[in-house]
Design a protein around this ligand. Structure first.
Ligand SMILES: [Zn+2]
Ligand SMILES: [Zn+2]
Ligand SMILES: [Zn+2]
Length: 303
């Protein structure tokens, strides 16, 4: 259910990051703007409010993307859709790098709190708000929306930023799989709690978002269980992934690209025992990176 390039078109490119807009954004934009217009004397303020909200979301996503690049990860796409934005970030598989890539998004909203507060009060001091009630409603709404986005994103419900921050913090102590397992369990509980809360306050929007979060939490929980299985396999200490330094599990977990039979390239010097094809690249089951077989030798790694 996460938006992809499909169904979206490219708005612009900034610092090598493509910003896409999903078609469904327009549907919700029309609906949202129509509900906001009655709050203003002049309808155009409702449009501005929605556009500024999306500018804030966009800045938040750029926070993720640029931080991810800073720590050596890849981030080249942001998709804006009705539930906000999604920055496609792949930080290096280390807890510190992941923590920074995730925390940088909400940090943008933290920085915006005093900025927007300052603008609101400067406008008040200059007497501009006394002349335009629309401007007052507009500035107050923008200020509140930013605080609300910050608080909501920090809820520890995986995959919200708060849930991912919790996961990265646990990663330092529990390792990659167990931290994800713990964070997604908290996410599942939180997701159910949010749905309950949505029913109590009768918010369809929150109900929909909570369902979306819950289904994502569930998928990530399953993924964590698979990761855990891989983590628990016996390892070949004489080899190590050149990217994450994890030793590969021993067993037929790789597939020959030619005959599609499973085999263990670390037992056969990377030669398929069925068709004799030599595998020149090996995928790391821990971090997913693909590297030449010879770079996995633990003894040559540190040279
Ligand atoms: Zn975020
Ligand atoms: Zn690896
Ligand atoms: Zn083969």
């Amino acid at each position: 259910m996460t938006p992809t390039r499909q169904g979206s078109f490219r708005l612009f490119q900034l610092w090598g990051i493509d910003v896409h807009l999903h078609w469904s954004w327009f549907v919700l934009a029309v609906y949202s703007i129509s509900t906001r217009i009655p709050h203003y004397g002049a309808p155009i303020w409702g449009v501005w409010e929605y556009l500024i909200l999306f500018l804030i979301v966009l800045m938040h996503e750029f926070g993720h993307a640029l931080a991810c690049r800073q720590v050596g990860g890849t981030a080249d796409q942001i998709v804006l859709w009705p539930l906000g934005g999604v920055a496609y970030v792949a930080p290096p598989p280390r807890p510190g790098a992941t923590l920074w890539s995730i925390a940088a998004g909400p940090l943008v909203n933290v920085v915006l709190v005093p900025v927007l507060f300052g603008i609101l009060h400067a406008a008040k001091a200059s007497g501009a708000l006394a002349q335009s009630r629309d401007l007052e409603v507009f500035l107050q709404t923008i200020y509140r929306m930013n605080v609300w986005l910050l608080v909501f994103n920090l809820l520890p419900v995986y995959p919200l930023d708060g849930g991912q921050i919790l996961r990265s913090l646990l990663w330092f102590r529990l390792g990659k799989a167990r931290s994800l397992l713990a964070a997604t369990v908290v996410g599942l509980i939180g997701g159910v709690g949010l749905i309950g809360y949505a029913v109590v306050i009768q918010s369809k929007w929150l109900g929909f978002v909570s369902l979306f979060l819950l289904s994502n939490s569930w998928r990530s929980f399953q993924h964590a269980r698979e990761l855990r299985k891989v983590e628990q396999l016996p390892r070949r200490a004489e080899f190590a992934c050149p990217v994450c330094h994890a030793s590969p599990p021993s067993g037929d977990f790789w597939r020959c690209p030619k005959c599609r039979q499973p085999f263990d390239p670390f037992a056969t010097a990377a030669q398929c025992p069925h068709c004799q094809t030599i595998l020149d690249q090996t995928t790391c089951p821990d971090c997913g990176n693909v590297r030449p077989q010879r770079s996995w030798d633990a003894s040559i790694r540190d040279i």
